[in-house]
Structures are given as C-alpha cells and as structure tokens.
Design a binder for this molecule. Structure first.
Ligand code: HAM
Length: 445
C-alpha cells in the first residue's frame, strides 16, 4: 500500500496571517479596542455559527449573502439531549455579526440594562464569494453596534466619529466617507415602487447605448434598490436618470438626515453624500454609510454600516433602535501596507550570544530578567560559534546582541553590542537592566 503523503493547502479563499504581518493585525485590532473603549463601547464575543434562519430573517432571504454565499450545514438532533421529537437543525457560519448581536441582545434581555447597549466585536466572518484581492471566503471584521430606545442622529454621528477617529489613529487616512438615507417603512415602499416602475420602463425600452443586465432585470422584482449599487458600465446612464430617494423621503426621515449632517459638521467630519448607497443587506433604515480607501482596486470598501431600527422586533424582541458598522480588517490592513505608513511594531530587542558552558547559567538568568522587564529576548538553546551567533542575531532583526563569554563570566559584566552600528559597551547587570529598560520606555513614548 502506498502511503498518502499529499501536502495540505489552505482552502481557497482562506489564508494564514503570518508574522511579522500578524503584529500589524494585532496593533490594528488593539487600536480599535482602545478607541472604541474610549467611547464607552464594550466587547461582545459571539458564536461563529448560528441558526441559518437568523441570518435569512435579518439579512434578507433575497440578498446575495443569504442566497449564494453562506456556508450551511445540517446536523441531526443532539445525541446527548435525545429530546423527543427533536428535528434536524440547519446552521450557518456567520457571514456577518449584526444578526448575532441582535440575537444576543434579545436573548440576554439587554434592553433592561441602563443606557444604550454599546457593543463591539472582532473576528472572522465567512462568505462564499469569488476570491480576489481584498475579497476572501474567511475574512475578518471589527464591528460596533448601538442598541437602545433612541434614534437620535447624534448617535449616528458619534458612531461615525468613532469610526473615523479609529481610522486616523490607525493611519488609514486616504479614505472617503459616503453617507445616505434610504428612508424607513413609511416612505421607502413608495419609493421602491416608483423605482420599479421606472426600471420596468427602461427594461422595455432601453435608451440607445444602455441596457440593464440580467442581475438588474431580476432585481426589478426582487429588490430594485440594489440596482442602484450596480457597477456595470452599460447601466450607468440608466441609473443616473432614476428617481433619487432624497426627493422621496418622508418629513421625519428628511429631518433625521439633515440633523445627521449637522452633527457630522459639528464634529468636523468630512463626508460626501451618495444617493446610490443602498447597501447589500436588507435590515437598513434611514442612515447608511460606507468608507472607501485607496490602494485596493475594485474591493475598496473598508467599512459599511447603517441604522437598523426594527431589526430587534423582526427577531422577536421589544421595539428598539439600532445602528452600527463593520470594518473589513483584511482590506484596511492592505490599504495601510500600500500607503507605507506602518507603525513601529514590537521587534526582537536582545539576542543572547553565549559561548562556553560556563556562560550558560548566566545567560539563562539574565534572559529571564530581561524578559521580566518586558523586553523580547532570544536565547539560543544550543551553543553557537561567535560569528554564527551574531549573524543569526542580525538576520532575526535583533537590536542588540548581549555577548556572554569567558571574559564576561570572569569579570561579572555583560557586553552589549548595538547591531546597527556595532557600538559596544561593557555593563554590570544593574546598569544593563537600567539601560535597556529606559531605552524601551523612550522608544514607546
Ligand atoms: P458589509 O458591508 O457586508 O456589512 O461588510 C462590512 C465590510 O466587511 C465591508 O465593507 C468589507 O470591508 C468587509 N468584507 C465584506 N465581505 C468581505 C470579503 N468577502 N472579504 C473581505 N472583506 C469583506 C456588514 O457586514 C454589516 N454587518 C455592517 C453593519 C454593522 N451594519 C450595521 N452594523
């Protein structure tokens, strides 16, 4: 029998985030946590899979995400519960997390907590899309949601301010914020009907040089708003002439949108209005927004969000308002990398170049102490020749080599070599610790 030695590869659309890039991811996520917590948001950790029906009902059964992109699996009744009459369940890997946040809000009775629920989450999402630059089947989001009784435009503005503050801190600055209002249940149905009528007309009699593609033709019946999202060149002239929702908002929605713009200006946030910004998920009402970033090609949306008043009720909870966003971490990181504005990330501080068995106990001891003051230290497990040792220190990107040989053991000192310029000094243990610790403090400041 031949042994099967096939090598495994990551599944199409998934990937490994390796060091040193993983440090950039950690820094990015930590910057988000710090920023969001300064706005009094707290983390919620959610399951990676939920009942398929939760996503179908919230995101919408006619959306691409639910229709084509979910990873869905069925299991029989739980063997260990052996419930009478328990039937097979259908679960899906989460394609997004807003539905889960709302499910958790209702399930945990969070409406009884004081103030608004201000929650953020960080983690992987799964969509079976065609992989390309900036588009993966397992991708990562950092999201935030506010749920509560009020739909004050100041909440929308604060959420957007938090997002843009975070992007600035994460040096993601070549961005554009687009905003729109897509109305609510009072005014949107009439607008959608109007849009449908107009689209039917152009479908029957397309203007010269333009025509609707098969997706848009289908959406006339299923979801005409989504036609506005189309990027097909032959549809652009048609879309430009369609009625705009801003001309069809009810008074309450128009006022809400006007107030949001005032609030954004008050906070000094630059934005552009984009009447075609309808988003691909069905739960939105009123405010929608998106941020695009440079250096990403066609997949340039680094964040999408909006208001979803009514979603809590749709999932069986009490009347509640909601707004939030999710940042695509993969794309945000790509954009930061392309801009070249990378932060200073933790690197190897000290490589302990010990020589001779007599030096080994000293090396182990000083390594423990240096690590104890927060320095990253590499201690070779086996003795190495001096030249080889310094060569490896260099290749690992160490800032210093700490040389411990016979001389050092005999004199009770350490030789600290700064690898960039080969500057070398002999120090006592006390001075060594003090020197490296104060330097670490300075470079962090
Ligand atoms: P979304 O627009 O579907 O919204 O996704 C948000 C962001 O996730 C996108 O702007 C993009 O950066 C990233 N993203 C989406 N799909 C992929 C993919 N296949 N590969 C890489 N990145 C991707 C939502 O998910 C909503 N839950 C946002 C929200 C929260 N609305 C209200 N609260």
């Amino acid at each position: 029998m031949t042994e099967n030695r096939r090598q495994f590869r990551a599944i199409k659309g998934t990937r490994d985030i390796l060091p040193p890039e993983s440090a950039l991811w950690n820094w990015f996520e930590q910057t988000a946590r710090n920023t969001f917590e300064s706005y009094n948001f707290r983390e919620i950790r959610l399951p990676i899979f939920e009942e398929t029906e939760l996503f179908a009902r919230s995101i919408g059964a006619d959306t691409d995400v639910v229709n084509k992109e979910m990873y869905t699996f069925s299991t029989g009744p739980d063997a260990d519960t052996k419930e009478e009459g328990a039937s097979a369940q259908t679960y899906s890997l989460r394609p997004e997390a807003t539905a889960s946040v709302v499910r958790a809000y209702i399930e945990n009775g969070m409406q009884t907590l004081p103030g608004n629920a201000k929650l953020y989450y960080v983690g992987p999402m799964f969509r079976r899309e065609r992989p390309q630059k900036g588009r993966y089947r397992q991708f990562y989001q950092i999201g935030a949601e506010v749920l509560g009784q009020s739909d004050a435009p100041a909440i929308d503005a604060e959420v957007i301010e938090m997002l843009m503050t975070f992007f600035k801190r994460a040096s993601l600055t070549r961005t554009t914020l687009y905003i729109n209002s897509i109305g609510d249940k009072n005014c949107r149905p009439q607008y959608v009907e109007l849009l449908r009528e107009e689209l039917r007309k152009v479908a029957e009699q397309p203007p010269a040089g333009s025509k609707l593609g098969p997706d848009s033709l289908r959406r006339i019946d299923t979801n005409p708003l989504r036609v506005l999202d189309s990027k097909l060149p032959e549809e652009q002239a048609i879309i430009a002439k369609l009625p705009r929702i801003s001309d069809h908002l009810c008074d309450a929605c128009r006022e809400h949108f006007a107030k949001l713009k005032e609030e954004l200006s008050l906070r000094g946030i630059a934005y552009e209005e984009n009447w075609r910004l309808v988003r691909g998920l069905d739960y939105y009402t009123r405010t929608t927004f998106e941020v695009i970033a440079e250096g990403l090609g066609s997949q340039n949306a680094v964040c999408g969000g909006g208001r979803y008043d009514g979603l809590v009720e749709l999932l069986g909870g009490p009347p509640t308002k909601g707004i939030g966003f999710a940042i695509g971490t993969d794309r945000a990181i790509l954009s930061i990398q392309e801009s070249g504005k990378l932060p200073q990330l933790p690197a190897l501080a000290v490589f302990v170049a010990w020589m001779g068995q007599a030096a080994y106990p000293t090396a182990v001891n000083i390594t423990r102490k240096l690590r104890g003051v927060g320095l990253a230290v590499e201690l070779p497990a086996e003795e190495m020749k001096f030249k080889k040792s310094l060569g490896l220190a260099d290749k690992l990107g160490a800032r210093y080599a700490l040389i411990i040989g016979e001389d050092e053991v005999n004199s009770g000192t350490f030789t600290l070599k700064h690898l960039a310029d080969s500057d070398q000094k002999k120090l006592s243990e006390f001075d060594l610790l003090e020197y490296l610790e104060s330097e670490r403090r300075d470079t962090r400041a």
